[in-house]
Each structure stands twice: as structure tokens, then as C-alpha cells.
Design a protein around this ligand. Structure first.
Ligand code: FES
Length: 312
């Protein structure tokens, strides 16, 4: 979708809101809490940002971007060079981080800019009447987003942590005290997500934990063994060479496959696995969740079996 950058406004220290406006009579597709869009940047890069659904409408999509000094350059470009009136290409929204329906309590954990999907999810769950509690860690009041909107909510706790150790202690205490029925959703820096993963194992709660990462996990070693992928719809067989990704092998073979970030982050290349044992290496969701959904991410994951049959 071609969209116009309509408004740039201050969000918090190093965080800016960008509001994109529809320019055709057709409205934007509806967007659910936790969804993100891919934004095409000048120069050809694609970046994924969560939509802030309470601020979005059929004519407007809103994201918040934190300037990452040592990132891949997308946030620096948006902060330093984007201007009102500029045209961008946006993908339709995709949601890999939706709160699963149910009645069990929901614990939402956000660190830093990870508040953007979590805030949307909080407003959505709260409106549904389901019990929810949001814990939000940020460095100080001036680094926090949505603090005014959240200030009088009894189901919100904002933590200002001076050090990583301090926030890690608070974080572990919060996770340890929730009930065994509580579903846990978390978005934040790598360290927070890794910590939650460890706590999930310790508390035998991995199945109740759902995370979204803004950073790719450190690249896994590419597979040393060749394997074969069968495309179930056409019956075609494609060889994946050692060190090659399934996505690359399929593109080389002329298969029509969806992808975006090519880093195991966005979920665009998720496909159904009909046979075989994938070796999950993405950060879209946990290996357990992939196994439950019967899917894999073909831009970075590999295979433990000699053949994979994919629903392509
Ligand atoms: S292309 Fe983004 S996860 Fe594969």
C-alpha cells in the first residue's frame, strides 16, 4: 500500500510517533492488537514496526520508533531523514503476536520500546473484560510512552529501573508470583526475553509464554547437511545445499514464496509443515509454539530430517 507520512510527533526520549495516512479512497485493512507492518525505506530496506492499534483507524496507521544507534539503520533514517508528506510503501498488517482467545488471566510484560505492541494488547484485553495486568519497565519517566494514559489504571505497574540487575530482580518476582493459569506475553530487549525464557523453563511455564522480539537472535550455525524440500502443492522437490537457507533454495528454484525481513523476525515466510522435523532458528515464536501450529520459518530455520514436506 502506498501511504503518506502525515504527522511526526514526539513520543518520549529517543522515541518518535509516525502517522501514515491512506491516500486512496480504499480504507486500510482492519488491524488487531499485536500486529505489525513492514515499511519500505528508501534504498530498498524493509523494517517491521508494531502498529499502535488504539491510535490506528481505517485512514491512519501509527507506529512509534526508538532511535537505535547501533541497529541496522532503519530507525536512524526515520529519525534523521523522514519528513512529512513523504510517500512510503507499507505491507498489509501481519499478526504473529495476538492474544489467544480465552478467559484465563493475562500478564503483559514490556521493556522499553516493547511497550508498542503490549500497550495495544493491554487496551484490547482490558476492553474484553478479561483480567489483565501490565508491567512496564523503562529507564525513567521521560523515557516512558503512554504514561499519561496508563497513570490511573490499577492494573498497570510502571517500573523505573536504574540498572539491569534491579529490573531483572523485579521482573523475576513478577513472573514468579503469577498463577499457573496466567498467559504471559512479553516484548522487550533481548536480555528480558532470554530471562523470561529461562524463568519459563524453571517454572515449567514455557507453553504459557509468548514473546515478540525486535532483534534477530544471534545467527545459528547454518546446517552442514544438505536436505530436500518437497513442495506439496506441485510435488516439486528442491535440494537445500549445506549453509543455504530454504528460502534461497526455493527462490533459486523459481517458487513463489512470501518473505520480508529474511532474519527470522517478521513471520512473513511462515509455512505449514506437513512432514519432517524442522530445526527452528527464528525468533517469531518458540519451537514449541511452531510445533503446536505445525509451521516453520523458511528464511532461517533448517531441517533435522532428510526431507521436509511443506504446504507450498
Ligand atoms: S522473512 Fe521475516 S521471518 Fe522469514
Amino acid at each position: 500500500m502506498s501511504v503518506r507520512l502525515d504527522t511526526i510527533r514526539y513520543g518520549a526520549e529517543e522515541i518518535i510517533f509516525y502517522e501514515f495516512e491512506a491516500i486512496t479512497p480504499a480504507a486500510f485493512p482492519p488491524v488487531s492488537a499485536g500486529a505489525h507492518v513492514d515499511i519500505g525505506l528508501p534504498g530498498g530496506g524493509l523494517r517491521q514496526y508494531s502498529l499502535i492499534t488504539p491510535l490506528c483507524s481505517q485512514r491512519r496507521y501509527v507506529i512509534a520508533v526508538k532511535r537505535e544507534e547501533h541497529g541496522r539503520g532503519g530507525s536512524r533514517w526515520l529519525h534523521d531523514s523522514a519528513r512529512v508528506g513523504q510517500m512510503f510503501d507499507l505491507s498489509p498488517p501481519r499478526n504473529q503476536f495476538e492474544v489467544a482467545p480465552g478467559t484465563s488471566p493475562v500478564l503483559l510484560l514490556a521493556g522499553g520500546i516493547g511497550i508498542t505492541p503490549i500497550y495495544s494488547m493491554y487496551e484490547h484485553v482490558r476492553a474484553s473484560g478479561r483480567p489483565v495486568h501490565l508491567h512496564y519497565w523503562c529507564r525513567s519517566e521521560k523515557h516512558g510512552l503512554f504514561l499519561e494514559a496508563l497513570s490511573d489504571r490499577s492494573d498497570v505497574t510502571v517500573h523505573y529501573a536504574a540498572s539491569a540487575e534491579e529490573s531483572a530482580g523485579q521482573f523475576a518476582a513478577v513472573v514468579r508470583e503469577v498463577s499457573r493459569q496466567t498467559e504471559i506475553y512479553c516484548c522487550g530487549p533481548q536480555g528480558m526475553l532470554d530471562h523470561l525464557e529461562r524463568l519459563g523453563e524453571e517454572l515449567n511455564a514455557a507453553r504459557r509464554i509468548h514473546m515478540e522480539r525486535f532483534q534477530a537472535a544471534p545467527a545459528a550455525a547454518p546446517s552442514n547437511d544438505a536436505f530436500e524440500v518437497t513442495l506439496a502443492r506441485s510435488g516439486a522437490q528442491v535440494q537445500v545445499a549445506p549453509g543455504q537457507t530454504i528460502l534461497d533454495a526455493l527462490r533459486d528454484a523459481g517458487a513463489d514464496v512470501m518473505y520480508s525481513c529474511e532474519q527470522g523476525l517478521c513471520g512473513a515466510c511462515e509455512v505449514k509443515v506437513l512432514e519432517g522435523r524442522p530445526d527452528h532458528r527464528d525468533t517469531v515464536c518458540s519451537a514449541e509454539e511452531h510445533d503446536r501450529r505445525g509451521t516453520m520459518i523458511i528464511c532461517c530455520s533448517s531441517s533435522q530430517s532428510a526431507n521436509l514436506v511443506l504446504d507450498i
